[in-house]
Design a protein around this ligand. Structure first.
Ligand code: NAD
Ligand code: ISE
Length: 335
């Protein structure tokens, strides 16, 4: 039988994951949706045959139709849902961030260790993007020698109301934090944030753009341009500079047009089209692993490490100082 998934949080990402499981992914069905907004839950459930709507995650977890959870509520709600999921011993795909801060992530790590087995995959979907996967293969093969630097660009067209400078680290750069740890297989040991005079197009309270620098345990240096009100579209790029070559992903690869003495193409406006295939692959692989009774992909440890680097990043942003990161020793469950 297909895996019965409850999707918790039916906003932008949650509703898209419901559609994905319903229409794209094999071997799973949306058995339930949960949202504190009852109307929204009902509306999303109404689009899927046999899907129940709840306002409490606990109610969905208690249903015999539910075998696994996809958590797509806002970051601050993740810890409570994860701890409840462990109490029911349910597999979880949890949207990033695992939790907004490392203290909460440590509580999740401890609870999963008490359970004695991994249950969580964190939604760092870039690990499932075809271009990032090729970049990872090139680096792992050592084709161009040791990676010395990563140059990253992360641009959003605009930010929703209430988006803060801290969210530029916790919600946006958190992806480069995971990408760096995964691509280089190293930990991030220090963060520095430089802030140019803000763009006049950015909301008044937002110091946008920023340049975020990571130092890693293997001696690499990573720069991340985070520009969340660039106005013209959504761009995520990464270039690895190695000893004898470089490799870059994220160039616009779509249709190129030539007309009236110009050439051009289009830029996606946000992450939904840019990473559509990555989200599909991420959820399919999670479903496949779950049905086999295994857990793969970014773990709670990766979620914790990212949260710890984010905390250092927010301090570096506020103080203007190079800030070192502190990680606990990696528990055996995540070896
Ligand atoms: P959103 O605000 O559009 O939707 C969140 C939904 O959760 C809302 O419908 C809200 O009513 C509901 N909600 C709030 N508290 C809840 C609770 N305690 N239990 C159940 N439902 C609750 O947010 P979004 O943009 O869809 O983001 C959701 C998650 O996805 C966040 O963790 C975010 O960081 C992540 N996200 C990931 C990507 C990515 O590229 N991987 C992109 C955007 C967002
Ligand atoms: C958003 O939450 C995401 O996860 C997107 O991938 C990222 O590009 C964006 O900046 C975040 O706000």
């Amino acid at each position: 039988p297909p895996l019965g998934v409850a999707v918790i949080g039916t906003g932008r990402m949650g509703a898209d994951h419901v559609r994905r499981i319903d229409e794209v992914v094999h071997g799973a069905r949306v058995a339930a949706v949960v949202d504190v907004d009852a109307e929204r839950a009902k509306a999303v459930a109404g689009r899927v045959e046999g899907c129940a709507a709840y306002t409490e995650p606990a109610a969905a977890m208690a249903s015999s139709d539910v075998d696994a959870l996809l958590i797509a509520s806002p970051g601050p709600a993740h810890e409570a849902a994860l701890l409840q999921a462990f109490a029911h011993d349910l597999p979880v795909l949890c949207e990033k961030p695992l939790t907004p801060d490392p203290a909460a992530a440590l509580r999740v790590l401890e609870a999963e260790q008490r359970l004695g087995h991994r249950r969580v995959q964190v939604g760092f979907m870039r690990r499932y993007d075809a271009g990032f996967m090729r970049l990872k293969s090139v680096l792992d093969a050592g084709e161009f020698g040791r990676p010395l630097m990563l140059h990253c660009q992360h641009r959003n067209a605009s930010t929703p109301p209430g988006f803060t400078s801290q969210m530029m680290i916790n919600d946006s750069v958190v992806h480069e934090i995971d990408t760096t740890r995964w691509l280089l297989d190293q930990e991030i040991t220090a963060v520095t944030v430089l802030r140019p005079a803000p763009s006049t197009a950015a909301p008044a309270h937002l110091s946008d753009p920023q340049l975020v620098l990571f130092e890693t345990s293997g001696g690499a240096v990573v720069d991340v341009e985070i520009f969340v009100n660039c106005g013209f579209g959504y761009q995520v790029r990464c270039e690895a500079v190695c000893e004898s070559g470089s490799a870059r992903t994220g160039e616009e690869a779509g249709l190129v047009t030539h007309s009236a003495g110009r050439w051009g193409g289009t830029i996606p406006q946000d992450f939904v089209p840019r990473f559509a295939e990555a989200y599909d692959r991420q959820v399919q692989r999670w479903v496949d692993a779950t049905r086999r009774g295994t857990v793969e992909g970014p773990s709670s440890w990766d979620g914790y490490a990212a949260a710890a680097v984010c905390e250092a990043g927010v301090t570096a942003q506020a103080t203007g100082r190079r800030t070192t990161t502190e990680l606990i020793e990696r528990p055996a469950l995540y070896a």
